[in-house]
Design a protein around this ligand. Structure first.
Ligand code: C6P
Length: 425
């Protein structure tokens, strides 16, 4: 691997675990700009995070110096690209708490990772009358594939409801997960409510009934330590672009024996061992699930993102975000009538904070904040059944990451106060 993408050491206050925000912000070139004449305050990391210079440089390096296809060539560039691509797989395996690298499948994102499980494992294992359990707070990526699979297979789709505080209501879990349940698909952290779900506890119940558990880690993996063995899940999916990495790269982790039993999802080059017109045998893991030329440069640059996160320390990231979230909830609560969705206690939630104003539509909130240089997301956040269960049509969502601090929260709250004056409410 080339070494000129090496990051400068980042600083963390050892006593508080707080990240040196000004220092971090300087690592993200995109943040150094004005939007509509104001300092950019980026509060939309739950949609996609910004990228540090090291990630951008890793991508440029690949295209400038060793762009080649992987696992095929016998020339120097191909070998260098293959080694760098596989180094990311090793890094991901370590990031997940030390899993086997062949259990790490690169996909285009969380969405494709979950679809892979639905099409491959689901098509093979779900039969008429079987049960698939999801929750009321799923993103469409962990909902639509199961709705469609259940319809196709005449399986029963059951759901775990939410409480008014935005937690999963596990009161009737023993009735919901039964001996007919084949799979429980649950988000590790809600992209709307911020709720961190008790995935391990759910795997305990599922395990007693012989059901597998898939956790959607799109919002959790970027923000908190993920140890697959401790979580006890069978499948785990997440996206690089929400954790400082490039778009177009995701990960499906699954237990080796499951991957070995699952048929390939996409057919083509690289995923085969031998092909004739009447017989085809599959390649070993992980290649069986990575047909065609993958997103080589972006996978390689993803390693730089994981290096950056490792250097900061995931525990420090979590502490930093809990402090910002606590401050954000406290400051937003000062606005009379503003409703904050999800748990209010930062230890139970992540740094995606949804809110609604009784008199101003979330889209108007988003548009007004944009005019002040503040980027948030407004809408249903690809979780329509959840938004409906909350009795809303949409929410505004501010989401924080390593490059945000309390100053950004203050900018948000001041702009919301100004917005109310502007709308005369
Ligand atoms: N949520 C948001 O603004 P992809 O698009 O495949 O990288 O990730 C899909 C996905 C799956 N699960 C959860 C919990 C998610 O939050 C997301 C992406 C973004 O909330 C874009 S809709």
């Amino acid at each position: 691997m080339r070494s000129d993408t090496k990051n400068n050491p980042v600083t963390v206050d050892v006593k508080t675990g707080r990240i040196d925000y000004e220092r971090i912000r300087a690592d993200f070139p995109i943040l150094d700009q004005q939007i509509h004449g104001n300092r950019l305050v980026y509060l939309d990391s739950a949609a996609t995070s910004q990228k540090p210079r090291t990630v951008i440089n890793a991508l440029l390096d690949y295209y400038r110096k060793y762009n080649a296809n992987i696992h095929r060539g016998i020339h120097a560039l191909a070998e260098e690209a293959t080694a760098a691509y596989e180094a990311t797989r090793q890094k991901v395996a370590g990031f997940l708490g030390g899993v086997a690298p062949e259990e790490v499948i690169f996909t285009s994102g969380t969405t494709e990772a979950i679809n892979l499980v639905a099409y491959s494992w689901g098509e093979k294992n779900i039969k008429e009358g079987d049960e698939i359990v999801i929750t009321e707070m799923e993103h469409h990526a962990n909902l639509v594939p199961w709705v469609i699979l259940a319809q196709k297979k005449k399986a029963v789709l059951k759901r775990i409801p939410i409480t008014i505080c935005g937690h999963l209501d596990l009161t009737h879990i023993e009735d919901i997960i039964t001996d007919r349940t084949r799979l429980v698909a649950v988000t590790h952290m809600s992209n709307v409510l911020g709720t961190i779900n008790p995935v391990f506890e759910i795997t305990q119940v599922a395990g007693r009934h012989g059901a597998l558990v898939l956790a959607d880690g799109a919002q959790a993996a970027p923000h908190m330590p993920v140890d697959i063995k401790q979580l006890n899940v069978d499948f785990y999916a997440f996206s690089a672009h929400k954790m400082l990495g490039p778009t177009g790269v995701g990960v499906l982790w699954a237990k080796k024996h499951l991957l070995e039993e699952m048929p390939p999802f996409i057919m083509g080059g690289e995923m085969i061992r031998e092909v004739s017109f009447d017989r085809i045998t599959w390649n070993d893991l992980p290649h069986k699930f990575e047909a065609g030329t993958p997103n080589i440069g972006n996978v390689i640059a993803f390693k730089a993102a994981l290096d950056y996160i490792e250097e900061l320390g995931m525990d420090n990231i979590r502490l930093h975000e809990m402090a910002i979230t606590r401050y954000a909830i406290q400051r937003l609560s000062e606005l009379e009538g503003l409703e904050i969705q999800g748990p209010l206690e930062p230890t139970q939630r992540g740094a995606a904070v949804s809110f609604t104003d009784p008199k101003i539509h979330p889209h108007d909130i988003g548009t007004f904040l944009d005019s002040k240089g503040i980027a948030i997301r407004a809408g249903h956040h690809c979780a329509q059944p959840l938004i409906r269960a909350m009795g809303k049509v949409a929410t505004a969502r501010a989401s924080f990451y390593v490059y945000n601090d309390e100053k950004d929260v203050d900018a948000l709250v001041e702009a919301l106060i100004e917005m109310r004056r502007y709308f005369g409410v």
